[in-house]
Design a protein around this ligand. Sequence first.
Ligand code: AMP
Length: 222
Amino acid sequence: MSQAKLTLALSKGRIFEETLPLLRAAGIEVLEDPEKSRKLILPTNRPDVQVVLVRASDVPTYVQYGGADLGVCGRDTLIEHEAEWGGAGSVGLYQPLDLKIAKCRMSVAVRADFDYANAVRQGARLKVATKYVAIARDFFASKGVHVDLIKLYGSMELAPLTGMADAIVDLVSTGNTLKANHLVEVEPIMDISSRLVVNPAALKVKRELIRPILDAFAQATA
Ligand code: AMP
C-alpha cells in the first residue's frame, strides 16, 4: 500500500507568502516558488506532503470535495462559499484556526463626492457593486438599507467611477487602491484574516499527519 499523502490547498500571493512561515514552523518547506514555476502541484521537503495552487475562491471547494485535505483561505471567501451552500454549518468544513494572516477589512467605499451618510439617512436605494454578494446583502439588510447588488469578479473600483454603482463593498488593506481611484472608505463591515480549513473525513483518516500540523500552526499563531 502506498503511503498516505497530505494535500494542502493555497492561493498564490499574500496567502501563500504568509502561510510559508507557519509551514516552516511545522517542519515543512515548499520546494518551488510559485512565482517562478508554472507547476500547480508543489513538492515539499516531506515526501508525504504536497501543496496545490488554486484560486482563492476555490480553496473551500477543494477541501470540501477532498481534492485537498486542508487549505488556507480568507474569512471573506469562506462566508461567500458557505452562503452558496445554504449558510454556515451546511458545508461541513472543519475550521479549527484563525491563522491571523493576510489581515485586512471588508468595507463600503464610494466616490469622494458621493454623500453616503445622507443617502442612507434619506432611505435612498443604493446600487452596490461587489464580488462579496452575501456579505454585502447581510450587511445592508442588518442596517435596513435597500440595495440593488451588482455582482462583479474584479476591479470593483471602476463601478462608481463609471456611474454603474453608488458604492462598492471590497477588501481594504492600506487604502492605497481606493485613494488612487478617488474613492473613500465610508463604513467598515468586518475584519478579515485567513483561516485554516480541514476536510472532516481527512481529519479522521489522516489524523496522525494532520494533528502535528494543526498543533504547530496553533503554536505559531498564538
Ligand atoms: P490596498 O490598496 O492595500 O487597500 O489593497 C486593496 C486591494 O487589494 C483590493 O483590490 C483588495 O481586493 C485587495 N486586497 C487587500 N487585502 C487583501 C487580502 N487580505 N486578501 C485578498 N485581497 C486583498
